[in-house]
Design a protein around this ligand. Sequence first.
Ligand code: IMP
Ligand code: MG
Length: 181
Amino acid sequence: MNDYDIQDFLSGRYKIMYTEAQIEQRVSELAQQISDDYREKLPVLVGVLNGAFMFLSDLAKKLEINCEIDFIKISSYGNSQTSSGQIKLKKDIDCHLEGREVIVVEDIVDSGLSIQYLENKIRSMQPKSLKFVSLFLKEGTAKVPYHIDYVGFKIPNEFVVGYGLDFAQKFRNLPALYILK
Ligand code: IMP
Ligand code: MG
């Protein structure tokens, strides 16, 4: 395995896909749209751990509506750069979602298998409505059909790290999105 160091990213050795400022701008726009769509409602934001922690935090701070926040933790990647295709539930949702307006908050969609899993799981809890927001979405990599209601950035098929996204659990704390090469 290649030994990457955070300083190599911060020093500009790796290519930035989106800067901190670009991400902040787009997160503001998504927050505006969601605020407009959920006025007078009380949605539950369900963040998908671990990757979505930073996006959920920044998004939630920019919302102009009341919301509740909960988390689910699933994993499919292990320590590799490709999904194993096998979704494991690591921490379940605590909130009672029946009759609620649910917004699942994801960091990135690749094969769509995680979204498919989450949709099946949450639909069975009979929410009043269910929408998905993902900050990033890889184009041309879907293995199953899915629909994301709010997409931050459509990106090419590169393995990216930073802003919550990891490689072997590292680099989640980078403030921008980098291409790992
Ligand atoms: P999917 O199930 O294949 O759509 O993968 C979704 C999950 O895999 C995301 O929520 C991420 O946690 C992770 N993932 C997908 N692509 C990347 C990437 O380029 N870098 C880091 N994590 C990724
Ligand atoms: Mg994720």
